[in-house]
Design a protein around this ligand. Structure first.
Ligand SMILES: *Cc1c(COP(=O)(O)O)cnc(C)c1O
Length: 405
């Protein structure tokens, strides 16, 4: 493999959904037809002017795009060194980047004549974003959620129900996100004639990782216009947190060919990688197959998926999008990890110094920017993708701070 060769004229995935040795389609025969149908429809519609205009118009009028970029001047001056800029995905309707993707997939579903939406969810954020667009388009919505997660995320469960979705508890395995994903796949096989499965991150079998990346790349495309307008050039580094990797892929993808822009993904280091209690898939995992694609996974020596841990539910996933695996191996992006404690400190810092309460997922990216800024000059610009707001994390933060609400 020539390290940099695939990156000029970057045009991945290939026709079978491969990003180097990663990605692909590892599913039961019964799903092949549905995936092929989805791939063909998406291939046609992404080149359809009317469809793309409808998507843009929805992003503008319903989601509230474009989201601003913002120079975090007080934070930058307090930390010293490089300038830290923020892309404000927290200002989107429903409070995070996830709606970019659910909006795109729901429109695709409508164009394919599907009337029923299904989704998997862990913390409930993707479930809420899916239920939101289903309400917007008057579609039925069923969300699969591990019963363990249902207990932990009562507010989001109620929110989905308010939006008209049915939340189905999943009792298999560890009763968390990965089990919910398996259950949603099962539903899809059975009901494929009227049902569209909205996957919540850049994972799953082809074409999902590509499709979710494309729908989220509106974020990076906006930055590519906004940064030159504000500072006359591109940022020196882009930092984003990585759970499954959809917010990171959305900002990395438009910059892959700009080799002078550093791309840094920040994973959940939990209690520290050495403790085994973390969700830092690219930093500490190795390749395997899960949820229909080949990618880095957190697994034991027998290839069994290991329970992950992170203070932020949205990063608590034992896999990662296959394109990130490829960007790691070929060196175009760098992946690091940040512990629960470092993320919490960054959460409080941004809140107090800028008046912006970030999601705990996002706080990982902030923490890494705070770490690296001091070793750069003031003319260096680090752009952090502020993937979401922290309102949903009040209970968690209060609890670890020993405060009873
Ligand atoms: C879900 C979520 C994430 C993690 O998902 P990715 O697919 O890695 O982006 C990050 N930030 C926020 C605010 C989220 O809700």
């Amino acid at each position: 493999m020539q390290m940099n060769e695939p990156l000029s004229n970057y045009n991945l995935p290939d026709g079978e959904g491969h990003y180097g040795p990663y990605g692909g389609v590892f599913v039961a025969e019964t799903l092949m037809h549905a995936l092929e149908d989805l791939r063909k429809n998406y291939h046609t519609l992404r080149q359809d002017k009317a469809f793309m205009e409808e998507f843009s118009s929805e992003l503008k009028n319903y989601v509230g795009r474009p989201s601003p970029i913002y120079y975090a001047k007080r934070l930058s001056e307090e930390i010293g060194g490089a300038q830290i800029w923020l892309k404000r995905e927290d200002l989107n309707h429903t409070g995070a980047h996830k709606i970019n993707n659910t909006m795109g997939q729901a429109l695709l579903a409508r164009h394919m004549g599907k009337t029923r939406i299904i989704a998997e969810t862990g913390a409930g954020q993707h479930g809420v974003a899916s239920a939101t667009v289903a309400a917007r388009y008057g579609m039925d919505c069923v969300v699969y959620m591990g019963s363990e997660d249902i207990k932990r995320q009562a507010t989001n469960v109620y929110r989905m129900k308010l939006l008209g979705a049915k939340v189905v508890p999943v009792e298999s395995g560890s009763r968390t996100l990965k089990d919910a994903l398996n259950e949603a796949m099962r539903d899809w096989v059975t009901n494929v004639s009227d049902t569209f499965y909205i996957i919540g991150t850049v994972a799953g079998p082809h074409p999902y990782p590509m499709m979710v990346r494309d729908f989220n790349s509106v974020v990076g495309e906006e930055i590519k216009k906004q940064m030159p307008e504000q500072i006359g050039r591109h940022p020196d580094a882009i930092v984003a947190c990585v759970g499954g990797g959809s917010n990171a892929m959305g900002v990395f993808y438009p910059y892959i060919e700009n080799q002078d822009v550093e791309l840094i993904g920040v994973e959940a280091g939990g209690s520290g990688i050495e403790t085994g209690k973390h969700a830092a898939t690219l930093c500490a995992g190795r390749p395997g197959v899960l949820h229909g694609n080949r990618t880095y996974l957190i697994q034991d020596s027998n290839g069994q998926i290991v329970e992950t841990h992170s203070i932020s539910a949205g990063l608590d996933y034992p896999g990662v999008g296959p394109e990130h695996s490829w960007l790691k191996d070929n060196g175009r992006a760098e992946y690091v990890s940040v512990t629960d404690q470092e993320a919490l400190d960054a959460f409080h810092k941004l809140t107090r110094v800028e008046g912006i309460i970030p999601a705990l997922e996002t706080a990982h990216a902030i923490a890494h920017a705070i770490k690296i800024a001091p070793s750069h000059q003031k003319n260096k610009v680090i752009l952090v993708n502020l993937s979401g707001r922290g309102d949903k994390d009040m209970d968690t933060v209060a609890k670890v701070s020993g405060i009873k609400l």
